[in-house]
Design a protein around this ligand. Structure first.
Ligand SMILES: [Zn+2]
Ligand SMILES: [Zn+2]
Length: 323
């Protein structure tokens, strides 16, 4: 009898535990568990009639009808906020306009959504080189280049993304990496390492890939200074007059673009990838049903998790989408 009632009590306790687990699980998921698997950066695409700006890591919608500089100012005035010029080739963001603005972090150098209709307009690297060349001559900080999906439906996810070298998976570490230019853009190829080392009285930039590809070194103006075919790594020794050196990779997987490494002289080359922290995969331009996307927020998040993304900024048109 004693034994039987003891077993009954155990069953009662187990049933109670199961009930508690069932009751609290929905409260923890999916938002809480999704947050652990992927870092969400609350954002919007501040969409004016012609010019679109990504406002990353913000909490308040920015009025798109204001002058461009005011829109940028309203984004970066929010704590940790970052402004990026979206698809500059399909806007009025020509180089003189980009040069007249300040406070933004960079521009989209590849937009996969634009590529669906025009490969030429999807690639803004020539404008990026024009912009950064003028900034070098003016002694100003360089603007970083972002590759993005601009995904509006499930099949759009994973066409172009960025890979950030970050000291942790939290939002501050990721945002800090993006503002330092410690990331590269890609439509496929994976970069393992970008190293700057002494080479005699000069500096040598070495790029290592995960899989062999064609590696092109470009200096100020986008001028090619070296190209190596079908290789896992390539090195370029600076002369000191380049202004900056950036690397492009092309392979059967697609294209990848490093940030420009500022060259002040043969011995002074900045390297945003010097920390050697882990690489994290991220998307900074994506839509949900809150604007003109096809999928609900949770589904967009789930699809990015399934594709191995570590961080995600959902940038709906003129609405800050929160989980
Ligand atoms: Zn847009
Ligand atoms: Zn968009």
């Amino acid at each position: 009898m004693m034994k039987k009632s003891g077993i009954k009590r155990i069953w009662a306790v187990m049933a109670a535990l199961l009930f508690v687990a069932i009751a609290i699980l929905p409260a923890l998921s999916p938002a809480a568990s999704a947050q652990e698997e992927i870092t969400l950066i609350i954002s919007e695409e501040c969409t004016g009639e012609i010019v679109h700006l990504l406002g990353l890591n913000i909490s308040t919608h920015v009025d798109p009808k204001q002058p461009l500089q005011d829109r940028i100012d309203d984004i970066i005035a929010q704590e940790g906020g970052m402004a990026i010029a979206a698809h500059p080739m399909v806007s009025t963001l020509v180089t003189p306009v980009l040069l007249s603005l300040h406070g933004y972090t960079g521009i989209e150098i590849y937009n996969a959504e634009v590529a669906e209709t025009s490969r030429l307009l999807a690639d803004a690297t020539a404008r990026w080189d024009a912009l950064n060349s003028s900034l070098v001559l003016g002694g100003q900080a360089l603007k970083w280049g972002f590759a993005v999906d601009d995904a509006h439906q499930g099949a759009d996810i994973g066409r172009a993304w960025i890979v950030a070298m970050a000291s942790g998976r939290g939002r501050p570490a990721i945002m800090s990496s993006l503002s330092r230019g410690s990331f590269y853009g890609t439509t496929g190829p994976a970069i393992e390492d970008v190293e700057v080392a002494a080479s005699g009285t000069s500096r040598k930039i070495t790029v290592t890939l995960e899989k062999a590809g064609n590696i092109t070194f470009r200096k100020m103006g986008g001028v090619v200074v070296k190209k190596v075919y079908s290789s896992l790594s390539a090195a370029y020794t600076v002369t000191g007059c380049e202004g900056y050196v950036r690397v492009e990779v092309s392979s059967p997987e697609g294209k990848a673009w490093t940030q420009p490494l500022r060259v002040r002289n043969a011995r002074t080359v900045s390297n945003p990838y010097a920390a050697g922290d882990p690489w994290l995969k991220g998307s900074v331009h994506c839509h949900t049903r809150a604007s003109d996307g096809e999928l609900e927020f949770d589904e967009v998040v789930a699809r990015h998790i399934a594709l191995g993304y570590d961080f995600l900024a959902i940038t709906d048109h003129n609405v800050v989408t929160v989980p």
